[in-house]
Design a protein around this ligand. Sequence first.
Ligand SMILES: [Zn+2]
Length: 125
Amino acid sequence: MTIRRNFYPLGMYRFMLDMATDQKLAVDEVAFNVLRIGLSELGFTCDHTNIGYSKNDQQLHSKPYCKNCYSRLYRTADKRVFKGKIITEEEYRPIETFIDRERKELEKRAKAENESSISAEIETG
Ligand SMILES: [Zn+2]
């Protein structure tokens, strides 16, 4: 087993630490969320097929996660077997992160602002 240590620049670390404290997450989890978003904008995709289960975190005991991208997942379909044959495989979807929620809120606000500026332009003609 290798020991992994991340050293972040002070300013970035403070920012992530504040986010992590607000969301009650580990700094590394915030960092992975940000990294995942950054990489997905550069073309990174993950089909979340390499499933692992957390064991150490008591609060999240045996919750699924993706070993390839560290996304927290939830099961949307159970494995169903009938007479020894697999009828449906298990399916997993990523849990919405706090960053997803914040981005949705920002998009909603930008859209509302855009619509109000358009309606203002129409009114003033
Ligand atoms: Zn994944």
